[in-house]
Design a protein around this ligand. Sequence first.
Ligand code: ASP
Length: 653
Amino acid sequence: MFSRWLSRLCRGLSTPTRRTTQLIWSSASRRLVLSSQRRIPELSSFVARTNTCGELRSSHLGQEVTLCGWIQFRRQNIFLVLRDFHGLVQVVIPQDESAASVKKILCEAPMESVVQVSGTVISRPPGQENPKMPTGEIEIKVKTAKLLNSCKKLPFEIKDFMKKTEALRLQYRYLDLRSVQMQYNLRLRSQMVMKMREYLCNLHGFVDVETPTLFKRTPGGAKEFVIPSREPGKFYSLPQSPQQFKQLLMVGGLDRYFQVARCYRDEGSRPDRQPEFTQIDIEMSFVDQTGIQSLIEGLLQYSWPSDKDPVVVPFPSMPFAEALASYGTDKPDTRFGMKIVDISDMFRNTEVGFLQDALSKPQGTVKAICIHKGAKYLKRKDIESIRKFAADHFNEEVLPIFLKTNENWNSPVAKFIMEEQGLGLVRLLETQEEDVVLLTAGEHKRACSLMGKLRLECADLLEARGVVLRDPALFSFLWVVDFPLFLPKEENPQELESAHHPFTAPHPSDIHLLYTEPLKVRSQHYDLVLNGNEIGGGSIRIHNSELQHYVLATVLKEDVKLLSHLLQALDYGAPPHGGIALGLDRLMCLVTGAPSIRDVIAFPKSFRGHDLMSNAPDSIPPEELKPYHIQVSWPTDAETEKSSSNHPCHSES
Ligand code: ASP
């Protein structure tokens, strides 16, 4: 594992000529680097080494080099393998009496100590070359060595770190970062961001503007972190995104803004979220939806790592209603079929109780998915867990029907399925032998949502049994468009909330409906989905102050005073504008194939929002709270117990 990742990391480092090296990942990326005429990065300028450990080849034979690195491995006090970010190199420990002090340093230094060695690049004796190591043809004959710093006994071996618990990795993050995986992830992230900057600023005239982190409360949207100030009762909020600032930059004539922006949302523990995260934040004046979409397609194409399959543009689009009806979600994974089909009409005179019940209600529907070869791969306990999930999370029944090899339907209620219904299922769902059909019933959105979850669950189950449904090398981008502008609030469906955010413009042909049937208004909001994950979202904005006021005050019932500065700015010649934000962490997670977004962030928070290395958040002595005019109201034991049992997961990561 280690050597595979390492060689992947180092493959692109070509033989240096005139002491220059290239940090590139593959031969394809070499073409990319050279074709864009960029300068080749110099990896050993200004520092106490002449070369990196990973760059030495036969072409360096005879050269005197100085290397700095960590001791990865020592064999019989004869060989030592030295590691830096760039790779591994074998060092021969001198055995002659005259070099006893060098031998002592190199043999006594504990593993992971950091040393500097100087010596000559020599060939390995015939037969001792290591073809698995990029530097495997050579070794270093050491003349001098310096122990730069010794390493105490480690809590885990660097090469084994993936096997350790994530909590331990986060506690010793600085050691975890030495691993090839973390090095690869963070370096690839840096390269992609650099290419994005290049594309936006150099090729398309965007301006990189930093916006404040100490801000004020924004109505609607995510919960914000609160920062006390020295003025009694006054608080800053950390921005959930630079949304207001980027719109104000358009009013200020900046015209094309971007920022690698840090955003903060106090949304509690969620496995794939972080309380602070990074967005590639973009805003443009005089643009429409197609303009933003083309910009993003070009941006991803330009910055995409060249060791992956190239990004094909334009990305397909799907209306929100279709995403919900066919995939049960606004972020469909379109790498595989198993789409949801509405079979309500076919079951109007069913004898199956729960279907009958659902269809007797005005909003009732019956939905189905067909799991190809499900009868062959799904076990009884899988079906049981699917039914339990539906009951626990949706309070709904799911009826599994197996199509046996003899084409007979088999299910607890198969006898109630009439022949024409069976034939209808075969026709609509294109079922074949050994397929399983799952049926559920209920209101459209709810039934689709349940089926969407079961679709993904079944895909996981089939893949666990060896069926390949989703090609891991495939990147399937999709625009989801034509969202409604407002949705009924989940906790109180009489009230409305924005589907995206309150600054999103209505579809021009639906503006009149705002005043009569706001739920029918389509918006100019678009989301970018990659392999079933939302990686970006944006909209064309309202640039008319009156309209913005109406949406905030009348439709959303928000406190407009909080946004008076924005409303005022829109009145002073605000240009039409729109934008988008890409979630950089999630994007990098998908690009690198990392199991969690924490693996593409240098110092992430744990699942429960803690920094396990420094132990933040931490308490503050009461006297330090005084200047902020706040004091802690400590929870009772009962409250503490309640809040910890509300955590869906008690572990830290
Ligand atoms: N600010 C929005 C968000 O963070 C993105 C946008 O509309 O540009 O989701």
